[in-house]
Design a protein around this ligand. Structure first.
Ligand SMILES: Cc1ncc(COP(=O)(O)O)c(C=O)c1O
Length: 512
């Protein structure tokens, strides 16, 4: 495209536009109706620390006997709501969740939404309509609609996370966001703003790719990466806060002349999963003089209420393709205004120097359709559950109920307390299934998938201080648990799938 360079060099990103609409004519407007009464009702069950989640997930069963499950006795399933809500619920009863996820491999129990997310048909349709428009007439799309589509997606995300749209930009995934911030740190060392030996805090459970970004860029430039060791199994938020505070004190005592330039921690650690008390951690870090905070919220949006001002991190990033039903790949970054001018996309393209929002809007010729389809994904959540809160609460209640069911069937325990779980949970596997190396772990995971048709993620806690006993004496010996399964719950999952997992593990334990 020979015109592209000129346009971009002139910084005319926002001037690409013609008159066309940001949406292709055939783009699906909103999401088709789904049958989600069950989910929406579960979503009304409040999340309370210490409560039996099995009870919370079922307490909303239809108790008025009208068959709609809403408990208001009118049989319309609207729970007594008026106007638009009634309309919506009526629409929701037309199609089924199965329709939306029919592209999933039949017969496979997908209990691992946490790893790769999922995307319903109606959102895929919206994405594909955009892709077809692009391929039919790229020029028309490029000059205007692409920019408008991305802007609309940023606006929708900004409103969900309660942030000014100017501080929000979209990019491919959290891995790229981590590299972006790690590069910023690298330049601070290279330009002498940071001194050799200044440090970057990460966790033992920081996601591997994210940790490597900071090791690869920031440590090579002179930063010292130090690790806070989060315990697992974990018992409470207080335990995390205490661990953190001890680590910060130790760092201050041992390296009094070094400044912690950046703390990197998760909103929801993915493996072993647990929600971290990020608001308290941000405050704690700042009280110890930590300059900047990067929160890896890969699992945040769609699971937890997000208010950027309230969280007060310098950088917060989350994947939209994990729990928000966006197509692969879509993520956002929220960045405090004071850092915006310094940030650059890790891939430099025509719009370098025009601001990070502009840089992310054109990273060379690539497929932007997943990003443009983000509003459809957000609308999908609203349509299926009424609100993000109901949606996330429903997933949370159900995953905890299923985790408790599995732990009780296997005679084990949860590695993360229910109130620290989002839509994923850790359950100790019976000790006959203990593995002793990452290779054995992979092999067990493969067997569960290939022989029993269940996709789950496993965690190896053994051969390290995290190896744990459940303190149940059997024949005078402590039972050591080295292996945990992580389950997820997403709206397409059914109770039968967790039963399939329960039986698979029982069978494998018998054969072990
Ligand atoms: C906690 C956490 N951070 C970062 C990532 C990376 O996400 P992506 O591969 O989409 O960049 C993941 C992916 O599972 C994750 O769980």
């Amino acid at each position: 495209m020979e015109t592209q360079g000129d346009q971009h060099a002139a910084g005319e990103l926002l001037l690409r536009g013609g008159e066309s609409s940001a949406r292709p004519p055939e783009l699906v407007q909103g999401i088709s109706a789904l049958r989600i009464e069950e989910l929406a009702q579960e979503g009304r069950a409040p999340r309370r620390a210490g409560e039996s989640h099995a009870a919370a997930a079922t307490q909303v069963d239809d108790d008025d006997g009208d068959g709609d499950g809403d408990g208001d006795g009118d049989g319309d399933g609207d729970g007594g709501e008026a106007g638009g809500a009634v309309e919506r619920r009526k629409r929701l009863s037309v199609l089924s969740i199965e329709e939306e996820f029919r592209h999933h491999k039949p017969g496979l129990a997908r209990l691992n939404n946490g790893s790769f997310g999922s995307c319903p048909k109606s959102v895929l349709d919206a994405q594909q309509a955009w892709s077809r428009w692009w391929l039919r007439q790229p020029d028309e799309c490029y000059f205007g609609p692409l920019e408008q589509g991305l802007h609309r997606a940023r606006q929708e995300v900004a409103s969900v996370i309660h942030a000014p749209v100017e501080e929000v930009f979209l990019l491919e995934n959290v891995t790229a966001a981590a590299s972006m911030v790690a590069l910023d740190v690298m330049w601070a060392f290279a330009e002498g703003r940071y001194c050799k030996g200044d440090s970057i805090l990460v966790l033992n459970f920081t996601y591997g790719a994210v940790k490597k970004a900071f090791q690869g860029y920031s440590s090579r430039a002179g930063g010292r990466v130090f690790q806070v060791t989060i315990p697992f199994p974990v018992s409470s938020e207080e335990q995390i806060l205490q661990t953190f505070e001890e680590a910060l004190k130790k760092e201050r005592d041992e390296h009094p002349s070094s400044t912690i330039r950046l703390a990197v921690f998760d909103h929801i650690i993915s493996m072993p999963t647990m929600i971290l008390p990020i608001r308290k951690l941000v405050k704690l870090c700042r009280s110890y003089g930590v300059e900047n905070i990067f929160i890896d919220g890969a699992h945040g949006i769609g699971n937890l209420e997000l208010n950027m001002e309230d969280i007060d991190a310098d950088f917060y990033t989350s994947n939209l393709h994990k729990w928000m039903f966006a197509p692969t790949t879509a993520a956002f970054v929220h960045c405090k205004a004071k850092h915006l001018a310094r940030l650059h996309h890790p891939i430099i393209s025509h719009l370098y120097g025009n601001g990070i929002v502009a840089e992310c809007s054109w990273v060379g010729t690539r497929d932007y359709s997943a990003l443009v389809a983000v509003p459809e994904a957000i609308q999908f959540v609203k349509d299926i559950a009424g609100s993000l809160e109901q949606y996330s609460n429903a997933n949370h209640c159900k995953v905890v109920a299923m985790a408790e069911m599995l732990a009780s069937a296997w005679g084990t325990f949860l590695g993360t307390p229910p109130e620290m779980c989002a839509a994923m949970a850790m359950i100790a596997l019976p000790s006959p299934l203990n593995v002793h190396s990452p290779a054995e772990l992979l092999s067990l995971r493969r067997r569960i998938r290939e022989e029993y048709g269940v996709e789950v993620h496993l965690f190896f806690a053994g051969n390290s201080p995290q190896a744990i006993s459940d303190e149940a004496e059997s024949g005078g010996r402590l039972r050591i648990i080295t292996t945990y399964v992580r389950i997820s719950h997403q709206i397409y999952n059914t109770t039968d799938e967790y039963i399939q997992l329960r039986d698979a593990i029982n069978d494998l334990a018998l054969k072990a």
